[in-house]
Write a protein that binds this ligand. Sequence first.
Ligand SMILES: Nc1ncnc2c1ncn2[C@@H]1O[C@H](COP(=O)(O)OP(=O)(O)OP(=O)(O)O)[C@@H](O)[C@H]1O
Ligand SMILES: [Mg+2]
Length: 405
Amino acid sequence: MAKEKLIELKNITKSYDGEIAVDHLNLYIRENEFITLVGPSGCGKTTTLRMIGGFETPDEGEIIMNGVLVNDLPPHKRPINTVFQRYALFPHLNAYGNVAFGLNNRSLKELVEFYTEEKVLATIKELFPNYQYQGKPSGLKLRKAINHLIDESVKEALKLVNLEGFEKRKVDSMSGGQQQRVAIARAIINKPKILLLDEPLAALDLKLRQNMQYELKEMQRKLGITFVFVTHDQEEALTMSDTVVVMSKGVIQQIGTPEDIYNEPKNSFVANFIGESNIINGIYKGDKKVFFMGQEFECVDENFENGEEVQVVIRPEDWDVVPLDKAKLIGKVDASVFKGVHFEHCVIIEGKELIVHTYEFVKVGEQIGLNVDPYEIHLMKKEAVDAEEVLEEILNLEDEGPNNE
Ligand SMILES: Nc1ncnc2c1ncn2[C@@H]1O[C@H](COP(=O)(O)OP(=O)(O)OP(=O)(O)O)[C@@H](O)[C@H]1O
Ligand SMILES: [Mg+2]
């Protein structure tokens, strides 16, 4: 059964001082979905998340939650919690105090609603088995029961992020990864329907980051919460998400499953941003055939006109290295780098550079024979965009590196 749309963003636009941060964005988020916004620094990820959370109001467009327009609804009235890019914990509180903070700041009435009256009364019975009351229990007993429930919630949340036993630790004596987990526990304790996470793993080293990716995914599955996750790390986006939204300059470039995004990039921005790629100009020959680099190849795409100019995307790992007499393309290895598991070769064919990953070492200067299977050839519409502009944006991204704001 198709899951319900929980959030809809319709034609959302937001500018700051005349500069567009988010440009006519359309997106819906389903119940229980793990959806990730990914794109280079400044492309509008945080702005989009802040509008969903209610911390910013769109200039134009509608934000709809559960079918209701919420453009002007303040954050605390939305069924949402946020883990911010700068996860401001309270330094004077310990881990327990930070996690309990949200609940401790609610009124008694709100807390009874949160836990349900039934559960609160049952807790009073459990704590004070001999206590008799008519009508309403005393305020003191009620407070004690609520405190007991909050205590349970805090411990449960800390357990979920693997921080059992850290209750009394001052947060400034905790590692970056532990603090990050406190921030996540602080958000999930409210049992939000939707959790917004803005680059929650950016400050962690690779190993811890991978562990946390796994833990977060587990947590999302267990709690059945909808996650809207932001990262500029394409690998993280692909491994964690049900749906990936690739953004550039305030505009959505593509929405799809990780497989779609990786295998069928819609344009050269997506192809380049999501992993390294070879993008080669070609001509569609009709009947699932495409011509590029002086050869005709079988492919699987067919939505192109006979004779139409196309861009051919081939992932570096999808080339097959074959003996020269069986090869469709023969090139010369111009450079070779060992990448831990595979070798990355730069291969020159008729003056054009290809990136080819192989498990075997090929000497620089030697000839190499290449083939590619039809289903590894992905065709895109030829774009009017300036290839140099795309390249520049990607180089900028590499210069900046991980964003540890
Ligand atoms: N409060 C603000 N005032 C002025 N400009 C803003 C504000 N917030 C965001 N912007 C601008 O809007 C654009 C999008 O910013 P946003 O923070 O959404 O990017 P991002 O994709 O989250 O980037 P990063 O990966 O660096 O966090 C940027 O050009 C940014 O400078
Ligand atoms: Mg951001």
